[in-house]
Design a binder for this molecule. Structure first.
Ligand code: CIR
Length: 271
């Protein structure tokens, strides 16, 4: 039997479980590209709770890990690991203040996954730069993810049944998935500025409506697309195309450059 035959159909969006990290009060000091205002912790916490509820309503059993006040950005757990079936790969976030987050997460992954492996080599990779379809990992090079890191991740993903495409994220975009998100088996919601580079060729693209770029970082969980609230044009466009859309408030995460994909690790343990 080939790897292809073993590959569970829909593994890129059918998830029975999700792991989140509660925001810590220090999230107000989270990294951001500009000089924007700090998020408000209490509002962040309530928006995060709404996000967890949306994951649950979409069919995932969610575990919310304790906040880590020593790591202001640790609520963005997606950057610390990649979770596929019974395997978790500890990543190497590409900014110093986040470098120790995977080590802090490792014990929680070891409790839940048969295999927990470190990313080989030394090159950095943030999970926000990794877009998985059922058979392909598109890894965007960015200020956080190097070519060495992307190649090392590709070597680990090969035996798990993925081909890897290393692509260039346009300049000034934090992560590859800042500007795109998987919304269907082979369909990606994306901004025009990312799609126009050709790096998504081979998948079906649904563009966000003009002026709504920040909502591209959507996720598909089972039959639901989880989209940031406040982008009515794109929400309507998706619904008109037959998608079930749940809008979640992410105003505070957005102040520190985060969105729906960053705040969970989604997975289905293989049986
Ligand atoms: C950071 O700069 O690392 C955080 N403030 C935001 C991380 C967002 N993560 C993601 O898009 N996967």
């Amino acid at each position: 039997m080939t790897l292809q035959d073993d590959r569970p159909e829909g593994r890129s969006y059918r998830f029975s479980h999700a792991l989140c990290r509660a925001p810590a009060p220090s999230v107000v000091d989270g990294l951001r590209a500009g000089n924007g205002p700090d998020p408000d912790f209490v509002t962040f916490r309530s928006e995060h709770a709404a996000y967890v509820s949306a994951l649950e309503a979409a069919g995932a059993e969610v575990t919310v890990l304790e906040p880590l006040d020593g790591f202001p950005d640790s609520v963005f757990i997606e950057d610390d690991a990649l979770t596929i079936g019974n395997t978790a790969i500890l990543l190497r976030p590409g900014t110093p203040s986040r470098a120790q987050e995977p080590a802090a997460l490792a014990p929680d992954l070891e409790e839940r996954f048969e295999t927990v492996m470190p990313l080989p080599g030394t090159g950095p990779v943030d999970g926000g730069d990794v877009l998985l379809t059922d058979d392909t990992a598109s890894i965007g090079l960015s200020a956080r993810t190097s070519r060495d890191g992307a190649q090392a991740l590709g070597e680990v993903l090969g035996p798990l049944g993925y081909r890897t495409l290393v692509v260039e994220t346009p300049p000034d975009i934090l992560h590859f998935k800042t500007d795109c998100g998987l919304i269907g088996p082979n369909t990606v919601l994306a901004t025009e500025r990312l799609a126009s580079t050709g790096c998504l060729d081979g998948v079906e693209i649904v563009l966000v409506v003009p002026g709504e770029d920040p909502c591209a970082n959507a996720i598909r969980v089972n039959d639901t697309v989880i989209l940031s609230a406040g982008f009515p044009g794109t929400a309507a466009k998706l619904r008109a195309s037959g998608y079930t859309v749940t809008e979640v408030p992410t105003s505070q995460a957005a102040l520190v450059d985060g969105g729906p994909s960053c705040m969970s690790l989604r997975f289905s343990p293989a049986v």
